[in-house]
Design a protein. Structure first.
Lengths: 237, 237, 237
């Protein structure tokens, strides 16, 4: 590891104070790395990326105001063109943050997981390993996504039943259990739990918990049938 | 106020002709400020921001072809990483434009309002004060959003009933009355008015006007009940 | 045409090896053009654009791993602020790629077509001529969009019925026939065909093929009526 200083040339990244770089890190053009960020060996940081952005909270945000830790990228992470990753996030080995995506403070992305182009991972989200989050998904603050989950493009999660009117209540994000699949453009109401190996059809509006190993669809989503043994993840990897 | 000239160093913003800067403005890296933009005291402009972009209209756009005025940022505005704000927009004191968001020509954002990450404010939109627009909302051209409105993540508004087939007709954006709340991923058909203190549930498709102080949900959205006195905004701020 | 070399000044674009530039190309600030990209006469490349990005595929991506051809922009193309266009894409004469939009490898955008702000054109998508794709649309891999189609804001297409569980099966994108119109936030299930001059209402979830010249709406979308002769495209251009 080495410690790098300020800017030198537009072809080089702009590195803040105390940035740590592992062996063989590659940078695209016009990259900004804020102070204290730690980038593991073999990471690939593409054009126009911003790493380690300090949070700037609005007056009514319920996110923590404590100064977050530094951003930590384990070995072999790649961060795509135009993506923004905040201070306090932690990306596991080999994780991929897609182009133009967005990952906020205190979120965790497990080893080998992929966050798609334009996807938003809000603050305090926990994503397990081998998770595949597709294009333009919105994972609201305090969501939990367990290992091997698949989330389709444009799925939306929410965490505030009152839409900002009961500021004292706790926000409840989505809870996506191991190996569940959430379809494209599905909408999950606050605090919904999707069970293990469950399947939420594209375009569903999920207002209640989804039992493990069931297929739900519709507005509001209802159970249509069980997931067959042949469809379990263990048969497809 | 001072008037600044051309580029100097990659660490400094690229300032066009006649840019006006108030006291204590801060800039991130790789910022572009187009000619004539006026930035008030204490504004914070983050990495990779583009301010004062001149519109480039397609041949069939119905937006005005008159040259817009300069972009005007009142004191204490912040513009997040990677955001794009056009010439002709006006941002009120203390307004926040989120990261990767987008605000077009002749739109107005009132004092103290927040436009979330990735949200699109199309041309000729008027947003009042203390409005909270969450992540990835789409506010179509000519929409009006009154004071104290809350718009949930991924809500979508529309303004063209014919989808470009009746070019002579006037486009009609959404009209969101004071203190209404529009849920996540709700879809509003062209010209819909959401009444004062009304509540549109997440995932609804709103095809008709929503009466004041009612809760609507479903596809198409229907009135479910009235909003209780205890839920009015005056009790929650 | 001329061949340009490496970076010179932050005010100039960073041009990779063998980039071809036609007459009168204009560049905004902080532009990156990767090796081999060919930019036709009169193209306008705005601030913070990335052109010719090489694909970086995840381990489980089904996109081709063959090295794509160079990115090719015909004369008069414009690429908006912050947009990313990959190597191997081809943009026809006068096409417009909106601000913050995203176009992947081996996709084709026909002459005079417009791809809106923030829209994603995934790999191997074919878009015809005079197509209008609005803001924040998601066109999944292997979709086909014929001439004169209109796609409303936030429409979503999908291509994988099993959500990654049957990796051997072929992905089937959307097929949008000539002059059809797809409404805002509509969701199209994998492999759906929307017929010529058909109209999909905003917020619909389309689970089956849509017959030509019909209007469909709802969840799941059903045929409501035929499209009248007076509504055919030939009467509106």
């Amino acid at each position: 590891m080495s410690v790098a200083g300020g800017p030198v040339d537009p072809a080089l990244p702009r590195l803040g104070e105390g940035v740590q770089l592992g062996e063989g890190v590659t940078f695209g053009a016009y990259v900004v790395v804020h102070a204290g960020t730690s980038i593991g060996a073999g990471c690939a940081i593409e054009d126009h990326v911003t790493l380690g952005k300090p949070p700037r909270l609005s007056a009514h945000s319920q996110a923590s105001r404590a100064k977050p830790d530094a951003l930590l990228l384990d070995a072999g992470v790649s961060v795509g063109t135009g993506a923004v990753v905040f201070a306090g996030a932690k990306l596991g080995a080999g994780a991929i943050v897609g182009d133009q995506a967005y990952v906020r403070e205190r979120s965790r992305i497990g080893a080998g997981s992929v966050v798609g182009r334009g996807t938003v991972v809000d603050n305090d989200v926990t994503i397990g390993e081998r998770v595949r989050v597709q294009t333009d998904v919105y994972l609201t603050a305090r969501s939990i996504v367990e290992d091997d989950v698949f989330v389709g493009p444009r799925a939306v999660t929410t965490n505030d039943q009152t839409m900002a009117r009961h500021a004292g209540e706790e926000l409840r994000g989505a809870l996506l259990r191991r190996a569940c699949r959430v379809g494209a453009a599905a909408v999950l109401l606050p605090g919904v739990e999707v069970g293990e190996e469950a399947f939420v059809a594209a375009g569903s509006v999920v207002t209640r918990d989804v039992p493990a190993r069931t297929l739900v669809m519709g507005t509001p989503a209802r159970v249509v049938r069980a997931i067959a043994d042949a469809e379990l993840l263990e048969n497809w990897r």
